[in-house]
Each structure stands twice: as structure tokens, then as C-alpha cells.
Design a protein around this ligand. Structure first.
Ligand code: ADP
Length: 192
């Protein structure tokens, strides 16, 4: 049983690495960004609400995000562990995650941050926008706003887990396989 948070700025490669970790460790991968995008594609009320924020590069309000995450986790009570991708992004989300896991008699084992500088982020996301079809990927000012939101609201979460001795940072530049190897090394060093 292992529960991980893959952490880092937008475009740092969280989704790519989470998919590889999901397969290797047999985890349930929960990406709040993907969940929102499927709600938007379905045209649900939640999707309509979320898209107002996502299109500007702002965070969706905590109560909406936490409610959606809770539903997803409760649908996977049998999971051998979770990998959280894009969650938590605020303090209240981190606290909500702790209590949800507590209800399942579980806890976060590690948060691993992919460290990537801002200019590389902007280049990567603009490149990704050619295939992703995401409106929030194709406009540089929205990307920079997402980075800003990350720095002010999300990056402090690192300290929350660091205080519990659970935060790890690895360089998020280089090849996908090399980064994955570093992630696996970090996880094996903490795996109990
Ligand atoms: P990226 O990491 O590239 O920004 P995501 O798919 O994780 O992409 O998120 C896209 C957008 O979805 C965010 O900019 C935000 O508007 C919304 N979002 C995703 N996860 C959360 C969350 N945990 N809390 C609030 N908003 C979120």
C-alpha cells in the first residue's frame, strides 16, 4: 500500500510520470485536471462551473474540487494505493486529503516535486498546446498566471509535507525515462 502525491508547476510532467507510476505500482491515478476536463466534455453543471476558472488559469474553488475528489476516492475503496496528480493545490485541500485517507485508514507516504524553471514551463506548455487542444495551454499570459497561482497558492504545500518528513524534490528536466528512474529511486528509498 502506497499513496503518493506527484507535485510541481503546470507542465512539469506530473501527468506523464503519474501514468508510469500508476502502472509500475498498481495505483489508482487521480488527476483533478483530467476529472474536470471530462466533466466539461460531458457538459455537467460541475464542468460548467470549473471551466469558468480553468479558462483563466485560476484554481477551481476548494469545495468543488474536494467534493469531486472525495467521490472518486470513495469509488475506489479497494485501491492498493493512490497517486494524486494536481491535488492538493491549497492548504484546505491538503487537510481534506489527510482526513479522507484517514477514513480509509491510510496516509500519504510521499510527495515528490518535479522541479522545472518557469521559462522551460512556458515553452513546454506552448508546445503541448499544439496537440492538447487545451485553451489554457495556448495563451502565454494564461500560462504565466497558472505559474503565478502555483507559486503563491500551491508551492507552500511542499512545506506542509516537508514538516512531516514526507517531501522530496527531484529535477524535472531531462529525459522522461531518467526522471522516472529518479522517481522510482526516491519511492524505493521511502517505501516501508
Ligand atoms: P496543469 O498541471 O498543467 O496546470 P491540470 O490538468 O492539473 O494541469 O489543471 C488544469 C486546471 O484545472 C488548473 O489550472 C485549475 O484551474 C484546475 N484544477 C486542477 N486541479 C485543481 C485543484 N486541485 N484545485 C483547483 N483547481 C484545479
Amino acid at each position: 500500500m502506497i499513496n503518493l502525491i506527484i507535485f510541481g508547476p503546470p507542465g512539469s510532467g506530473k501527468g506523464t510520470q503519474a501514468e508510469k507510476l500508476e502502472r509500475k505500482f498498481n495505483l489508482v491515478h487521480i488527476s483533478t485536471g483530467d476529472l474536470f476536463r471530462s466533466e466539461i466534455a460531458e457538459g455537467s453543471e460541475l464542468g460548467v462551473r470549473a471551466s469558468e476558472y480553468m479558462s483563466k488559469g485560476e484554481l477551481v474553488p476548494d469545495e468543488v474540487t474536494i467534493g469531486m475528489l472525495r467521490k472518486k476516492m470513495m469509488a475506489h475503496k479497494e485501491a492498493e494505493g493512490f497517486i494524486f496528480d494536481g491535488f492538493p493545490r491549497t492548504h484546505p485541500q491538503a487537510e481534506a486529503l489527510d482526513s479522507l485517507l484517514d477514513m480509509l485508514d491510510q496516509q500519504i507516504d510521499a510527495l515528490v516535486m518535479l522541479d522545472v524553471p518557469e521559462d522551460e514551463i512556458v515553452n513546454r506548455i506552448l508546445l503541448r498546446s499544439k496537440d492538447s487542444g487545451r485553451a489554457d495551454d495556448s495563451d502565454e499570459s494564461i500560462i504565466r498566471n497558472r505559474f503565478q497561482v502555483y507559486q503563491t497558492q500551491t508551492e507552500p504545500i511542499y512545506a506542509y509535507y516537508d514538516a512531516k518528513g514526507k517531501a522530496h524534490k527531484i529535477q524535472g528536466t531531462g529525459s522522461i525515462d531518467d526522471i522516472f528512474q529518479k522517481l522510482c529511486d526516491t519511492i524505493s528509498s521511502i517505501h516501508v
